[in-house]
Design a protein around this ligand. Structure first.
Ligand SMILES: [Cu+2]
Length: 146
């Protein structure tokens, strides 16, 4: 569930005077459903996040940016098995076709969070901001042991 849309709602509110009807805020194209973050191992400042990305718009949408105030940077990674060795590689500029679902799951595509703040522990929440080119959408993802 999207908990707030930072820029979009603020702009919509600023643009609507008291005498004008409130314009509907732009809607998110990309939704992250069932999102969660794996609690980092003790002493580690990185971890992964998962969920289902869904483009509910009728056109192709790019994942423009990922940010969290609780991590130095967030990127999209893909786990690949090469010669029996599991490696993770950054995936720049993911695009989803109209209506497409993409699963972020262990062993596949995932969110990679680097430089985590100390409070990211089981039972806490991590705020993740997704920029889909249509706005910045903020999610609060539960942090779980698994
Ligand atoms: Cu990774």
């Amino acid at each position: 569930m999207i908990v707030k849309a930072i820029a979009a709602v603020a702009l919509a509110l600023a643009a609507s005077g008291a005498a004008h009807a409130l314009r509907p805020a732009p809607a998110a194209c990309l939704l992250l459903e069932q999102g969660w973050v794996r609690a980092p191992m003790a002493g580690r400042a990185m971890t992964a996040g998962y969920g289902q990305l869904h483009n509910r718009c009728a056109h192709t949408v790019s994942l423009v940016g990922l940010h969290s105030a609780q991590a130095r940077h967030v990127e999209l990674h893909r786990t690949e098995i090469t010669d029996g060795i599991s490696r993770m590689r950054p995936v720049p500029g993911l695009q989803l076709a109209a209506g497409q679902h993409v699963s972020l799951e262990p062993g596949g595509l995932h969110l990679m969070l680097h430089g985590l703040q100390p409070g990211v522990v089981p039972g806490s929440q991590l705020e993740l901001e997704i920029d889909d080119g249509n706005g910045h959408w903020v999610y609060r993802l539960p942090v779980r042991a698994r």
